[in-house]
Write a protein that binds this ligand. Structure first.
Ligand code: BGP
Length: 468
């Protein structure tokens, strides 16, 4: 068998999101976002105001540490750094007519720091941080008006960062709106009161906005590449019973239709049939179907877990947003996420066969409780062999998928520096190569320490994946 070989220009790096790392939630003119009133993640109730138990208000204070942090990324050899631009930093209310210059200056500085080290920025335009005003006044993406507000935001970003940012993602994990309409779509209507009609109408608005953003990006920034971003979760039949196989297929379709629309440019028939069965009728405006034809340049996705489907009662498995039946062949993380490196190879092959577009793995990693210990040299470290093992096994499967012939642009591990978890809003669920001294009770010096995985990943990048 041919040895695993990563392409010469493979984009190795790491990923973060503004609301999970920046902090400075009300500095320099930033408005509130939905995250500022979500102190308990996806399971807890939103609060009326930001409360001190909300770890995201300070997070790891990337807002004031970005220079030192990007320097550490450069030391690891990052070729790319994925981050999001907080909408409410630039348009504090989301529907403002002029942008907040200070918010833009922050991202000017972040990009300049990347440029200093030759790191490509990969920008997520909207990563779970809808401005709170848009959630409260418009019920988020439930309202069609958000399309224009979002495009206005895009226009400002594209004009400002043209020539400096080549890679863009329109919405983080766009399909997660099915499971967390508030976090993903800024929809304040509680999940149990949200009708399928309203949910799919909101999805339609996001899909149109995404396609129009692709068009705008191509017009304003020739050479730019825009991707969709999907929460990928291969769903296996729990047994070979054909009923389970069909159930798995149906679950996959409901989840992957977002990619189908964004990559193929139209609603697939299976989805239209499903919506008909549900009595859902998406209201399209003239021009919507035409707009959807602006397909993405590449497909990006997050990958953490796989799941199983069956028509029989089952033991559920945990996942951040999506679940399914527990797979008896897999071990799980401390948070009950089932670890399945081979599933990553499956996803890569499925997506590539389906779309024939380049793929980018923009999130993958292990959330774990880390123990900071003396490193014997006067500082501290974390011996995170469990994380190294997780990543090594996943990267071997990325290599196998490359050998299968899949076109893969790059890999950005999630939470390359510790940050606040999206689903639980905890800091103790750590993903980073860099430990940040901050705890869920708000204590900690915010000092950064290199974990063992820091040096491991540095060597992976240096050898372009030869030494995993
Ligand atoms: C994805 C999100 C990220 C990130 C990651 C890990 O769903 O795009 O924002 O947080 O999952 O999940 P968690 O933080 O819940 O462990």
């Amino acid at each position: 068998m041919k040895p695993i070989q990563f392409p010469e220009n493979f984009l190795w790096g790491g990923a973060t999101a503004a609301n999970q790392c920046e902090g400075a939630y009300n500095e320099d003119g930033k408005g509130l976002s939905i995250q500022d009133i979500m102190p308990h993640g996806i399971k807890g109730e939103p609060t009326a105001e930001p409360t001190p138990d909300n770890m995201k208000l300070v997070a790891i204070d990337f807002y004031h540490h970005y220079k030192a942090d990007i320097k550490l990324f450069a030391e690891m050899g990052f070729k790319v750094f994925r981050f999001s631009m907080a909408w409410s930093r630039i348009f504090p209310n989301g529907d403002d007519t002029t942008p907040n210059e200070k918010g833009l200056q922050f991202y000017d500085n972040v990009i300049a720091e990347c440029e200093k080290y030759g790191i490509e920025p990969l920008v997520t335009i909207s990563h779970y941080e809808t401005p709170l005003n848009l959630a409260k006044e418009y019920d988020g993406w439930h309202s069609r008006k958000l399309i224009d507000f979002y495009l206005n935001f895009c226009k400002v970003l594209f004009a400002r960062y043209k020539g400096r940012v080549k890679y863009w993602l329109t919405f983080n994990e766009i399909n997660s709106i099915l499971h967390s309409p508030l976090m993903s779509g800024g929809i304040m209507t509680p999940m149990d009161k949200l009708t399928q009609q309203d949910l799919y109408q909101a999805i339609h608005h996001e899909l149109v906005a995404s396609a129009k953003a692709v068009k705008l990006a191509h017009e304003m920034m020739p050479g730019a590449m825009v991707g969709c971003m999907i929460l990928a979760m291969p769903t296996y039949p729990l047994t070979p019973n054909p009923d389970d196989v069909l159930a798995a297929l149906k679950t996959e379709q409901k989840n992957y239709f977002f990619g189908d629309v964004q990559a193929r440019g139209y609603y697939p028939k299976y989805l239209n049939d499903y919506l008909d069965e549900q009595g859902v009728h998406i209201q399209m405006k003239p021009g919507d179907e035409e707009a959807l034809k602006n397909t993405v340049d590449f497909i990006s996705f997050s990958y953490y877990v796989s799941a199983c489907e069956t028509t029989k009662p089952y033991i559920p498995s945990e996942g951040n947003l999506l679940g399914g039946a527990k797979n008896p062949y897999l071990k799980e993380s401390e948070w009950g996420w089932q670890i399945d490196p081979v599933g990553l190879r499956v996803v890569l092959n499925e997506y590539y066969d389906r779309y024939q577009k380049p793929l980018f793995i923009v999130e993958n990693g292990l959330g774990a409780v880390d123990k900071l210990v003396p490193d014997g040299k006067g500082s501290y470290t974390v011996h995170d062999d469990y994380r190294i093992d997780y990543m090594r096994r996943h990267l071997i499967e990325v290599g196998n998928a490359l050998r299968d012939g899949v076109d893969i642009m790059g890999y950005t591990s999630w939470g390359c520096i510790d940050l606040v978890s999206a689903s639980t809003a905890q800091l103790k669920k750590r993903y980073g190569f860099i430990y940040v001294d901050r705890n869920d009770d708000g204590t900690g010096t915010l000092e950064r320490y290199k974990k063992d995985s820091f040096y491991w990943y540095q060597n992976v990048i240096k050898t372009n994946g030869v030494c995993l």
